[in-house]
Design a protein around this ligand. Sequence first.
Ligand code: PLP
Length: 414
Amino acid sequence: MLLSRASLIPTRPNLSAMNDEPRIGTRLVRAARRLPAGAGDPVVPALVQSVAFDHASAAEQDAVFGNERPGYVYGRYGTPTTAALEEGLAELEGAEAAVCFVSGMSAVHALVTACALAQRRAVVVQEDCYGQVRALLERLAREADAAVRFVDPNDHAAVDRALAETNAALLHVEAIANPLLRVADVARLAEIAHARGASLAVDASFATPVLVRPAALGADMVVQSLTKYINGHGDAMGGAVAGSKGLAAAMRDRAILDGAYLPPHEAWQIIRGMRTLALRMERHCANALAVATHLAAHPKIGRVHYPGLPDHPQHELAKRQFDGRFGGVVSFVMRKDDRESAFRFLDALELAASATTMGDLFTEVLYPAISSHRRIAPDERRRLGITDGFVRLNVGIEDVADIIADLDRALDRV
Ligand code: PLP
């Protein structure tokens, strides 16, 4: 059966004035461009891989380019599948809008650049933030003359002083910091930042919207590395910034020009992963608490960092802010606080993968000194508490007895 010209080129009615039936070469190129119409909504959102979007007229295309009407023009500007994820994230965060990036790093870079550095204003950042974020800010300070001040976010007087002294536009903290697992008091930091005319950005990648919705506590921007718990399956990377519509417009502009917008296939995978986030977080949190409690009593372990343990400096805050859950990551320092013991332990693990990530279903172990915090000067790393025997564990959703048995077996070798 020959396809009619109208079905081959449906959005271009003016072309239906073509006299000849399209030939085989044209038909092959133009065939199967639309899903057949019919009743029934798919229960899973469509993966729209199209890079470009055709419009009925140049005027309509102009209106979409100019943001005067909703729509899509080009994959780097927006895609329906990524937009579905953005809508979902905004709703989960309780924010007006969200914009997705190719990675958590590109989301942080866009945020810091648009909300502080582009206005030649300073940014005050948690000193023990994710090591690559710290390295990025150190590089921006070095190469782009950015005014960056690192502080301890639990020392509220120091935060206030840093904001006042630098007249900062932005305070950037992590809800649960990577890898020391210090907990930031989001509501208090929002008050301090706002009183000094700054905005508060909270990276909640370790907490996710299941544990905390920073926007409800006064944060102006929420960052997520979607690569971590939100996707949760270790097979897609992404990042997001959620906040006001104005913030989203600025973020989208960054994503477009920096070429950092999240492609649809990753968005589709992340949507699928996100559906089980609440279930997974419950299990991550329960397993992590059991592992932390076990390690705290282990003779080969010197110190355990976990907000769920009563001796954690922000235990009471964490209990309140995260509604009795404390996340799925446990960090610890070997009693023999040296690299040799840490490496022996890492090499002896059988179940836990030695992997530079977290938030996955699987138990994963990381040695920050050679990975996430490799670029941080060794003295500064040790000053923060990331010593040579420091290990970070992403406690997966496997049976916790097997996770603990694996850790014990490896600790026996140290
Ligand atoms: N924020 C935090 C707290 C992280 O731990 C990470 C990565 O580990 C990032 C941001 C960066 O995310 P991505 O690896 O998706 O770029």
